[in-house]
Design a protein around this ligand. Structure first.
Ligand code: GRG
Length: 300
């Protein structure tokens, strides 16, 4: 038995996720003060940001900082910034001009609770707050080099804009059609998944690695892990949608590849992601390995 499997078996994943998400929630609560004017806008920002959610991106960011030898406090401001960006992207995604969703994280979506104009503006405000929070050196313990924050800022911008989230969303919108002759092919579906979900997951891991002072070699391994994990996360989601009959006219991996090949693809991504964790300290790699197991467990 390898030391990695011993460490993974001994690691209490549930307790880890609960403890990390509680720290992230405390930091997010402080990051958006409730009493500022305009009051309703701040209320809407907090309504969406503090509504729950797994806090996957901030936790990946903190875990990546720790795996390369950094401490949680170095990664907390970018971790919060990542969750703000993720939340604002969900707020925009829920709008009537996009997915028109009534519910998000178990409560009425922001535009349902506060109206469309305020939901747009509260999401915009969260996007800019994310950069302010990331760039403000007062949010870091002393000794964090501003150059790392600058690198993290560049990485975040790359993930969000025309090469990242927004590109994935545009491609997804262009691909949503009832016309069966205009079906989405596998390359296009992979592009959408990698950009809509994958890039922010990759950014979370990479930004954590940057804040922890990871070496070039460590950063390469972290990025590769995150790329495979990000796609795995979406293929698992596709399989679950089809299994639970939620996919309707959505193009999914099982629709294009069949269920068996999609499950094999999940295995391949899992093996690949695992291989990039091999040279890290097994105790610190345990959350990354357990997240992969968790993804696979959802399918069993
Ligand atoms: C960034 C300016 C800007 C605009 C956003 C609308 C849009 C452009 C992008 C949409 C991106 C989107 C909705 C991607 C889906 C991402 C995803 C996998 C959501 C589910 O993530 P979980 O499972 O959710 O981590 P919780 O609620 O747990 O955080």
């Amino acid at each position: 038995i390898s030391s990695a499997s011993v460490a993974t078996a001994e690691f209490d994943f549930k307790a880890y996720m609960l403890e990390k998400s509680a720290s992230v929630n405390r930091a997010l609560d402080l990051a958006v003060p409730p009493q500022l004017h305009p009051k309703l806008m701040h209320e809407a920002m907090r309504y969406s940001l503090l509504a729950g959610g797994k806090r996957l991106r901030p936790i990946l960011c903190i875990a990546a900082c720790e795996i390369v030898g950094g401490v949680q406090a170095f990664a907390m401001p970018p971790a919060c910034a990542l969750e703000m960006v993720h939340t604002m992207s969900l707020m925009h995604d829920d709008l009537p001009c996009m997915d028109d969703d009534d519910l998000r994280r178990g409560q009425p979506s922001c535009h349902r609770a506060y109206g469309e104009p305020l939901a747009v503006l509260a999401a915009d405000a969260l996007l800019f707050l994310s950069y302010r929070h990331l760039a403000d050196m007062d949010n870091y313990p002393s000794g964090v080099p501003p150059a790392l924050v600058l690198r993290a800022t560049a990485e975040l911008s790359r993930c969000i804009g025309a090469e990242g989230l927004v590109a994935g969303q545009v491609m997804d919108m262009e691909s949503t059609t009832d016309d069966l002759n205009k079906s989405v092919d596998i390359d296009r579906l992979e592009f959408i998944h990698r950009h809509k979900a994958g890039v922010l997951i990759e950014g979370s891991v990479v930004i954590g690695g940057i804040m922890g002072g990871g070496s070039d070699c460590e950063m390469k391994r972290l990025r590769r892990y995150a790329r495979s994990f990000g796609l795995l996360f979406q293929v698992v989601d596709d399989i679950l949608d089809v299994t639970k009959d939620l996919a309707s006219n959505k193009t999914t991996y099982p629709k294009l590849l069949g269920m068996e090949r999609s499950r094999e693809f999940v295995e391949e991504l899992l093996c690949d992601a695992k291989s990039h964790m091999e040279d890290f300290d097994p105790m610190k790699a345990a959350p990354f390995l357990q997240l992969l197991n968790y993804g696979k467990m959802l399918l069993s």
